[in-house]
Design a protein around this ligand. Sequence first.
Ligand SMILES: O=C([O-])CC(=O)C(=O)O
Ligand SMILES: [Mg+2]
Length: 585
Amino acid sequence: MAPAFKNTSPISSPIKKPASTGTAQHLKGLAPSAVEDSRTQDARAYEQLKKKGTDLEKYIFLSWLRNTNLDMFYRLVLGHLKEIAPIIYTPTVGQACQEFSHIYPFLAPPNAVDGLYIPLTEVDNIDEIIQNYKRSIPAGCEPDITVITDGSRILGLGDLGMNGMGIPVGKLQLYVAAGGLDPTRCLPIVLDFGTDNPKYLDDPLYLGIRQKRPQDAEFYAATEKVLKGLTNAFPGLFIQFEDFNTPHAFGLLEQWRNQILCFNDDIQGTGSVVLSAFISAIRLAGIPAKDQRILFVGAGSAGVGVAKQLVDYLEIEHKIPEEQAKAMFWFVDSRGMITANRGDTLADHKVYFARQDNGDTQCKSLEETLEYVRPTALIGLSTIHKAFNEKILTRLNEINPTGRPIVFPLSNPMTKAECTFEEAMRFTNNRVLFASGTEFPEYTVPGTDKPVVPVQANNCWVFPPIGLGAVLSKPKCITDTMIFAVSKALANSLNEQERASGELLPRIERIREVSAEVAAAFIHQAVREGLARDEKWIALVNQSGLSSGTNAQPDGVFSQDVLAEVKKSIWAPAQSVPPFVPNKL
Ligand SMILES: O=C([O-])CC(=O)C(=O)O
Ligand SMILES: [Mg+2]
């Protein structure tokens, strides 16, 4: 993300002023003579992108472009966001991770440093690693933000070891494209702590260390060394934990959330965006919030994180007491409905939602649980492809004749999704309120000519504004109420057209403008809670008349002044073509 050298690629080579620049820099004859502006050059790059036969080839081309011409890369991404986001991010990034050791390098260091690869065997040398990174980046490009994974649970694809590096790189590209963070101040990190996946241990081209993952004690000791090294070197660094396996995702968050500026995207980010879509769904469902019966399929970090945020929402917004709100949730995992008395030892994070009111009933499958619970909402974070099959969806629709059923198949990538948008529409007589984790095509109901736009409840709606808001206002830590404010601001950002067509989140084309609004709401909340440390933002929020003290309801509001200032802070790619500097001249 923070290439040491930029604009060395042939794609940026045509000289802007061949006569004078060429003479002055002794470049005459070293490049074609055409004089071009960036628009023409971007068109050439876009044409080259379109000619790639597969999404993976597009991914490789874009990775190379990013490492050679950062501005052009982001001009293309921003100019064609809807088309390019699924390549640099979900779903193609999943395939790129699986193939990472086979498609790397996009450019070898020192020409481009993609981020940090920190082997378990080198954590004692973390300071040296960080010094090496500092040496590789231009002055003034110390990172504001890092996304860090150990590759142990990449999307729904499992343990990919060091190949998981594609995820921090992809997430940070979204931080830039959607949130407007400065790409030269973003640091992707993979903790190369081994892998338990035999496929990679046996792969001759695998680029990570060839050993099994460490036990918990060693894992936590090693992550502590890395996090301390990073926060010492870069005070105030915003750290996003990404795609750690479930116990470690929860463990790291609990260990660090009050000590450093950190955030878990899979627990808090997914929870926040799903909450936002859920707030919008409740407004349209025709079933009051207190009568919702919510069935989760999959009880990993993301599922439980999402459900806990929904409980908070029901408490704060609908004044439903916690015990009563909690009782509106049921979970199914690989052994069936999660109950306190089903006879196995539940993982710690499952205990909170384990049912105590089931008597002797133990449902062994989703089908049985559906009949027992008779849910109004079905939320999938199971990574079980087609778990929401025709029978399940048809039955859900029958159970809810008066209100619209809510179906959120949140697993990704596509090969793991619980159902498609088309299936959810067809099997519910098009009544579904839908949001998915991965992108689906629009669906045209037979007999009509207006396609219906599916909603992607991906955490990319919330991590970029949280990162932007945090980098600007510098809070001590990220609280649940800040994240709650983000969900509300996102739900409030829907425009008239989106509301009218029953969409639960804004359209992807608006992600930059919406991210700025949501970041402004985040900053307001951080200041209200007394945790923001940047004087400028504290003063701006205090002047706005919207800072009603630390116990204020996290309502997601923001002032236009704060929004205007956020917009001024947003990074945008340079539009002009820099003079051509050929490699090694
Ligand atoms: O990356 C995504 O699209 C969502 C995510 O965090 C995950 O599935 O782990
Ligand atoms: Mg993730």
